[in-house]
Design a protein around this ligand. Structure first.
Ligand code: GLC
Ligand code: MG
Length: 536
C-alpha cells in the first residue's frame, strides 16, 4: 500500500466559483471578502482545501479565464490585501488555498498581447502564436475554437493570424518560447511566496501545439447538433509529447515549496490522461479525473471504469475523482436528486482525492436561464445546443432570506426558485438532508484512514449494486451502492471473498432506519448507498 501522507492525498478539495459564492459589497457578484466570511461553513463541512476559479484582473470575456494581469486581484473580487487576509484566515482554520492558474492564454488586453500585436518584429511577437495566412488566403489551418468557429483571428495591421483555442479575446501563449515559460514561472512564484498551497492549471493539455501546425483530422463520428469543436479530432492542436517537459518544469518549481500541489485540468481518454502524471511522476500530482462526470450510471460501467483507472495509474500515481465543476451540468441534474446522494457516497469513499463543486453538497441543480439572459460566451456563440454553463454557476443558496443570502444587490445570475427549501441553513438543521450526508461522509473519511488513504478492492455482486472494499492494516469497510430505483438484493455468492466477517452499518443515504442488515441476502432500498464496517 502506498504510504500517503500529504494533505492533497488525504483531504477533500472544495471548488468555489468566486462570482457565485458570496457577495460582500452588494454588487451582485461574489468576492474574496464573501468567501472569507463563509470559511466557518467550510470548516463545519470539513473540507481540507479550497480551489477558487480565477480572481485576477480580467475583462471577463470568459469570466476570469481571460487574464489581463497575473499578479493582482480584479477589483470585482477585492484587492491583494483582501487576498492576503483570505490566505491568513484559511490557514488559521487549516484550510489550504489552491489558485487557478491560466497559462495557456491571456486576455487580448494583457499588456503582453497588446505589445505582441503591435509589431510584426517586436520583442513580444513570438510570445503568442502568429502565422501567415494559408497559401490560398484564409486561416493558416483548420483548427477550431472550443467555443465554435475558426481558432484563428486575422489581424489586419500585420496581415497575420493569431491562434486562440477559446475566444478571440483569449489569444494562446506560445509555450515553445522560453521567455513565456519564465514569465509564467515568475507568476507561480509570486503566488507561492504569498502562501498559496498550489494551482489548478487550466487546460494544461493545450499548452503545446503541433510544431508544424498540421490540419486536425475530420471526426467521422460527428453528430449534428453537437458543438462545432467536435467536427475535428484534436490531434495536433493539443496533447503534444513536449507538453510533459513543460509540466515537469512547473513541478520542479512547485517542489521547491514544501507541501504544495499541482493539479491539471485534462479532458482526455484514460490512456492519455494518466500520461500527465509524468515520467517517474514528474508531472501533475493530480491530473483531474473527470470520468465520473461522463460515465454511464450503472454498476457494470462504473465498476469497469474504476477498475481500468486503478489499473492504468502509474506506480505511485495518486488517484483522484471529480463529480462536478463550473463547466459541467450539475450532478443533481445529471443523475437526479436521489442518485446525487449515492454519488456523494461514491465520491467520498473511492480511493483518491475527491473534488466537490460548491452547491452540490446542498443538492443544487442546474438553474434554467431565461431566454435572452445567457452570460456564458460559449452559449452566446453556439446557442441552443445546451453548451451554456450559466445553469451550473448560479449563486450559492445560504438561507431563505432575499437572494438566498448571496447578495443584497441584484445577483449576476438568477437564483434557483427552490432556494427557500434548498439552502445551507435549512439543510444543516435537517436530519437526513444531503448536506448532513456530505458532512457525515467527510467526517467518516477523516476518522478512518482506511477510507481516505487505504486500499481498494471491487466486490463482484453480479447485479445492479456497485460494491467495493476499503481497508488498511486495522480496519475494513464495505460500500454498497444501489444505482437503481428498485430495491436490490446483494448476491453474496458472486464473490465469496467479500462476505466474511460481521457487518455493522456505519452510514446509509437512507439514515439509521431500523432494518435487519444481518438478514441474508442483504437488501438495499432503492437509491440507497450504504457503508458497513466489517469485523473479523
Ligand atoms: C477551462 C475552464 C473553462 C474555460 C476554459 C478556457 O476549461 O475550466 O471555464 O472557459 O478553460 O479558459
Ligand atoms: Mg461583490
Amino acid at each position: 500500500m502506498t504510504l500517503a501522507t500529504d494533505w492533497w492525498q488525504r483531504g477533500v478539495i472544495y471548488h468555489v466559483y468566486p462570482r457565485s459564492f458570496q457577495d460582500s459589497d452588494s454588487d451582485g457578484i461574489g468576492d474574496l471578502a464573501g468567501i472569507r466570511s463563509r470559511l466557518d461553513y467550510l470548516t463545519w463541512l470539513g473540507i481540507d482545501a479550497l480551489w477558487i476559479s480565477p480572481v485576477y484582473p480580467s475583462p471577463m470575456a470568459d469570466f476570469g479565464y481571460d487574464v489581463s494581469n497575473y499578479c493582482d486581484i480584479d477589483p470585482l473580487f477585492g484587492t491583494l490585501a483582501e487576498f492576503d487576509a483570505l490566505v491568513e484566515s484559511a490557514r488559521a482554520r487549516d484550510i489550504k488555498l489552491i489558485l487557478d492558474l491560466v497559462p495557456n492564454h491571456t486576455s487580448d488586453r494583457h499588456p503582453w498581447f497588446v505589445e505582441s500585436r503591435k509589431h510584426r518584429h517586436g520583442p513580444k511577437r513570438d510570445w503568442y502564436i502568429w502565422r501567415d495566412p494559408s497559401t490560398g488566403g484564409g486561416p493558416p489551418n483548420n483548427w477550431l475554437s472550443n467555443f465554435g468557429g475558426s481558432a484563428w483571428e486575422y489581424d489586419p495591421v500585420s496581415g497575420q493570424y493569431y491562434y486562440h483555442a477559446f475566444l478571440k479575446e483569449q489569444p494562446d501563449l506560445n509555450w515553445r518560447n522560453r521567455e513565456v515559460r519564465n514569465a509564467i514561472y515568475d507568476v507561480m512564484r509570486f503566488w507561492l511566496e504569498r502562501g498559496v498551497d498550489g494551482f489548478r492549471v487550466d487546460v494544461i493539455w493545450h499548452l503545446i501545439k503541433d510544431a508544424e501546425f498540421r490540419d486536425n483530422p475530420i471526426n467521422r463520428a460527428y453528430q449534428q447538433g453537437r458543438p462545432e469543436i467536435e467536427r475535428l479530432l484534436q490531434i495536433h492542436s493539443a496533447d503534444q509529447p513536449e507538453v510533459h517537459g513543460v509540466i515537469a518544469e512547473m513541478r520542479r518549481l512547485i517542489e521547491r515549496y514544501p507541501g504544495r500541489v499541482l493539479i491539471g485540468e485534462i479532458y482526455l481518454p484514460l490512456n492519455r490522461l494518466v500520461a500527465y502524471y509524468g515520467e517517474g511522476l514528474s508531472g501533475a500530482h493530480l491530473p483531474f479525473n473527470f470520468q465520473l462526470i461522463h460515465a454511464g450510471w450503472n454498476a457494470r460501467t462504473l465498476a469497469s471504469m474504476i477498475n481500468e483507472y486503478e489499473t492504468a495509474l502509474p506506480k505511485g500515481g495518486w488517484p483522484n475523482w471529480v463529480l462536478g465543476n463550473h463547466d459541467q451540468h450539475r450532478v443533481a441534474t445529471r443523475l437526479g436528486a436521489d442518485q446525487a446522494r449515492v454519488a456523494a457516497v461514491l465520491l467520498l469513499t473511492l480511493r483518491g482525492t475527491p473534488t466537490l463543486y460548491y452547491g452540490d453538497e446542498i443538492g443544487m441543480a442546474d438553474v434554467p436561464i431565461p431566454p435572452g439572459s445567457a452570460r456564458d460566451p460559449w452559449e452566446l456563440r453556439e446557442p441552443g445546443l445546451g453548451v451554456g454553463r450559466d445553469p451550473q454557476r448560479t449563486p450559492m443558496q445560504w438561507d431563505e432570506s432575499l437572494n438566498a443570502g448571496f447578495t443584497t444587490g441584484k445577483p449576476w445570475l438568477p437564483l434557483s426558485d427552490d432556494y427557500a427549501k434548498c439552502n445551507v441553513a435549512k439543510l444543516a438543521s435537517t436530519d437526513g438532508s444531503i448536506l448532513r450526508l456530505y458532512r457525515d461522509l467527510i467526517d467518516l473519511r477523516r476518522r478512518h484512514r482506511a477510507l481516505s488513504i487505504g486500499g481498494f478492492r471491487l466486490i463482484t455482486t453480479g447485479g445492479e449494486i456497485l460494491a467495493y472494499e476499503r481497508f488498511d492494516e486495522s480496519e475494513r469497510f464495505q460500500v454498497f451502492l444501489n444505482l437503481t430505483r428498485e430495491p436490490q438484493r446483494i448476491d453474496e455468492g458472486a464473490d465469496p471473498s467479500g462476505a466474511s466477517g460481521a457487518r455493522a452499518l456505519v452510514l446509509s443515504t437512507h439514515g439509521r432506519v431500523e432494518r435487519d442488515f444481518k438478514a441474508q441476502p442483504l437488501t438495499l432500498e432503492e437509491n440507497e448507498g450504504a457503508i458497513f464496517k466489517i469485523s473479523n
